[in-house]
Design a protein around this ligand. Structure first.
Ligand code: OGA
Ligand code: MN
Length: 282
């Protein structure tokens, strides 16, 4: 079983063809997809049709899944899957579902061991708008000024759920007894990708709120400056969703956000898996 990889323009993304993700895949295919991700951090599949069980089986093949911090959206049968939806149980608009994740972030950077992969499968999508945007933070680090690169290599970032400068939408989204609401985790501002060895700028405006040894004000200014430097239109892969799409992205080397610019009464429903670490069976 093999697949074709077609790079998308000059973007950090590629289209993958020749795989039916609803069928069991050989470990060699998972390994090849993992290798493709270490050069190209967003993989795009069209025309897939996976119910929750098939999506769980497919995503679980990369490794253990993380149970997401927002309990309300977890899939009832598969807690490793969560819904991204703007439709509430009574069919009214879920306002939080419309606004969530529309500022730049990498998923769960507020955990001590951040995850490896994010995977989304779209079921219902608005006819226009409502895309998802991705940036390769290895490429961003490479084009920073050398003096700033050197300074960042010495910095440790503090991450906490929704504590960064661009995250008001997460106010009150966690309950008081959830540790993620209170606890900072520490990640170097510059990490190294475990497969490619590449230097990555690991800072995001949603969860990074301070650097060790810096004031809050200076820290926020630096986070905002880095995000402004990252968000160059040419560097962004903009995914416009069609039902049946599956996206896999490398959480270690990218930031992403929902575009959020769609009519809230148009339904937008996807299932998401977060792969904690890649561990493919032999
Ligand atoms: C998320 C997320 C992107 C989107 O919920 O973490 O990144 O387009 N969503 O909804
Ligand atoms: Mn996300």
């Amino acid at each position: 079983m093999s697949f074709d990889t077609t790079p998308i323009d000059s973007k950090p993304a590629a289209r993958i063809e020749g795989l039916d993700l609803s069928q069991p895949l050989e470990p060699a295919v998972y390994r090849a997809l993992g290798q493709t991700l270490s050069n190209c951090p967003v993989l795009v599949f069209h025309g897939q049709d996976l119910d929750a069980t098939a999506f769980h089986d497919f995503t679980r093949g990369f490794g253990p899944l993380q149970e997401h911090v927002l309990h309300k959206y977890r899939h009832a049968e598969y807690p490793g899957l969560s819904w991204l939806t703007n439709v509430a149980a009574d069919e009214s608009v879920d306002e939080f579902g419309v606004r969530r994740a529309t500022t730049w972030h990498s998923d769960s950077s507020y955990t001590a061991a951040p995850p490896a992969l994010g995977i989304l499968h779209a079921y219902e999508t608005p006819p226009t708008g409502g895309g998802t945007l991705f940036i390769d933070m290895g490429a961003v680090f490479d084009r920073l000024a050398p003096a700033l690169q050197t300074r960042l290599r010495g910095l440790i970032g503090l991450h906490r759920h929704g504590a960064g400068p661009g995250s008001e939408m997460y106010d009150n989204s966690l309950s008081d007894d959830q540790a993620e609401n209170h606890r900072d985790v520490f990640h170097p501002a510059v990490t190294r990708h475990p497969d490619s060895g590449r230097a990555i700028l690991y800072v995001n405006e949603t969860h990074t709120h301070k650097f060790e040894g810096m004031t809050k004000t200076d820290s926020i200014a630096l986070v905002n400056d880095l995000v402004a430097q990252a968000v160059q239109p040419d560097a962004i892969y903009h995914h416009q969703w069609t039902p049946g799409d599956v996206l896999i992205w490398d959480e270690r080397s990218t930031i992403h956000r929902g575009e959020g610019d769609y009519t809230p009464t148009e339904r937008r429903i996807m299932l998401r898996a977060i792969v904690d670490q890649i561990s493919i069976r032999e």
